[in-house]
Design a protein around this ligand. Structure first.
Ligand SMILES: C[S@@+](CC[C@H](N)C(=O)[O-])C[C@H]1O[C@@H](n2cnc3c(N)ncnc32)[C@H](O)[C@@H]1O
Length: 243
């Protein structure tokens, strides 16, 4: 059976629209401002896989003129409802040709590649996203670490899916978000660090930096494993220098 995007669903979109920047997600939103400030100049950004616009609004608040794009009509509709003056666009078949190549300072993708199946599809998308960047532009790709699918977290549970432990890169893994009421698991695709690095290499991208943020005991969240195991990986990517 073909893998389907579990976000093309009105109930899931409504649940997702309630998500804020706390609990396990906080680790990403805590560190992104400094990471982006350290690697990116300019103000033109695109948020690939914007969902209901949480990440788009976050990047916009950092001072970027940001367009959110997504393939799920339900998610884009919710984003527009929550933020009528924001720029959210539904992209059909991941066709990014409507955007001028080589002009973006920043492309962000937060938790989007977790839902994309197929090595070749991911490679095509990384190439297309890289082509949007100007010469010094950066792609910031935030993904789940493989460990997220085998542990418990402030925002997630995976205990009902022991089969996740046997998953290899490219396999479906399941995870429940406990931050909202929709307890149906999200179906993600496991992708290891090694696979991501191969994908970047083959898509003409270079890893400029990578981060695995951990929680700190003094933070106001009910950390479970977050202080010792990183649930997220943040990759900062640039164009691979020409040889
Ligand atoms: C986990 S949500 C993250 C949403 C948002 N970035 C955030 O942080 O709140 C992942 C989003 O990626 C979108 N997505 C999945 N596959 C995609 C694709 N091939 N192209 C564009 N968006 C995609 C889904 O529709 C969903 O809205």
């Amino acid at each position: 059976m073909a893998f389907s995007n579990c976000y093309e669903d009105a109930k899931r979109a409504a649940a997702y629209a309630q998500l804020e920047l706390g609990n396990t997600y906080y680790l990403v939103f805590r560190d992104l401002p400094e990471i982006i400030r350290g690697h990116v100049s300019g103000t033109k950004a695109i948020d690939f896989g914007c969902g209901t616009g949480r990440s788009t609004r976050f990047v916009r608040q950092l001072g970027f003129d940001t367009i959110g794009v997504d393939i799920a009509p339900e998610m884009v509709a919710k984003a527009k409802e929550l933020d009528p003056t924001g720029d959210y666009r539904l992209i059909k078949d991941d066709d990014l040709s409507g955007f001028e190549g080589g002009t973006f300072d920043l492309v962000v993708s937060l938790f989007t590649f977790d839902n994309i199946s197929g090595f070749l599809t991911k490679m095509r998308l990384f190439r297309d996203l890289g082509a949007l960047l100007n010469a010094s532009g950066k792609l910031v790709n935030v993904v789940s670490s493989p460990e997220i699918y085998t542990h418990e977290w402030a925002s997630f549970s995976t205990k009902d899916y022991p089969e996740n432990r046997k998953a290899r890169t490219g396999d479906v893994v399941r995870i429940v978000t406990t931050d909202f009421a929709d307890r149906r698991p999200a179906e993600d695709i496991l992708c290891t660090d090694e696979s991501y690095r191969e994908l970047y290499e083959r898509s003409g991208l270079e890893v400029v930096a990578s981060y695995r943020p951990l929680g700190k005991p003094e933070e106001p969240y009910p950390w479970v494993n977050e202080t010792t195991i990183a649930p997220w990986v943040i990759y900062v990517l640039g164009h691979k220098p020409a040889k």
